[in-house]
Design a protein. Structure first.
Length: 180
């Protein structure tokens, strides 16, 4: 099974548990802190991933580092240690956050553009796609991509909306090739 599928399963199980206990927001906050800890502390990750250290010692460190966190977060981290899947933590958090946002009617979009978009441009794109897709809120992450040439390319989930100059040129080329 791929790492993406494993991460998704962990996230879905966590989300179901959070939903049943009505603690989605609090778990989301805690998981965002866990993600930050994992992103900023390479020594901590190396320790958890090192097979030379005892799993019980690793679990004790998790209890010590995340002592104020919910049982759900600590238990999940310990389960991840048991299954030697520490490298999946950040992806699990991202998947959980996506599920939490979707439950609130929020989706995330990645917008590729040749330059940084202004807040007004991001809001304009969000307004258009919120109406088009009938969603409550669209959060936009802007990625600078010089290959876009001009315009924007927007990805929401697995769907890509290509309004870039490069995309338009490629579609024109395809149409010319088909008609010849």
């Amino acid at each position: 099974m791929s790492k993406a599928m494993i991460s998704k399963r962990y996230a879905e199980a966590l989300f179901q548990l959070a939903k049943e206990k009505h603690i989605i927001e609090s778990l989301e906050s805690e998981w965002m802190i866990v993600k930050e800890v994992f992103q900023q502390n390479q020594n901590f990750i190396r320790f958890l991933e090192n097979p030379g250290f005892n799993k019980n010692n690793k679990k004790q460190i998790i209890d010590d580092v995340f002592h104020d966190f919910s049982v759900e977060v600590k238990s999940t981290l310990k389960l991840i240690v048991d299954h030697q899947s520490e490298e999946l933590v950040i992806d699990i958090v991202d998947q959980f956050v996506n599920l939490a946002e979707e439950s609130r009617g929020t989706k995330r979009a990645i917008v590729y553009s040749v330059r940084e978009l202004s807040e007004a441009e991001k809001q304009q794109l969000a307004d258009v796609f919120q109406a088009k897709l009938h969603i409550a809120k669209l959060k936009i992450d802007n990625v600078i991509d010089p290959n876009v040439l001009g315009g924007v390319k927007l990805r929401i989930g697995n769907t890509v909306y290509d309004g870039s100059v490069k995309g338009k040129l490629e579609r024109m080329e395809k149409n010319i090739t088909i008609t010849n």
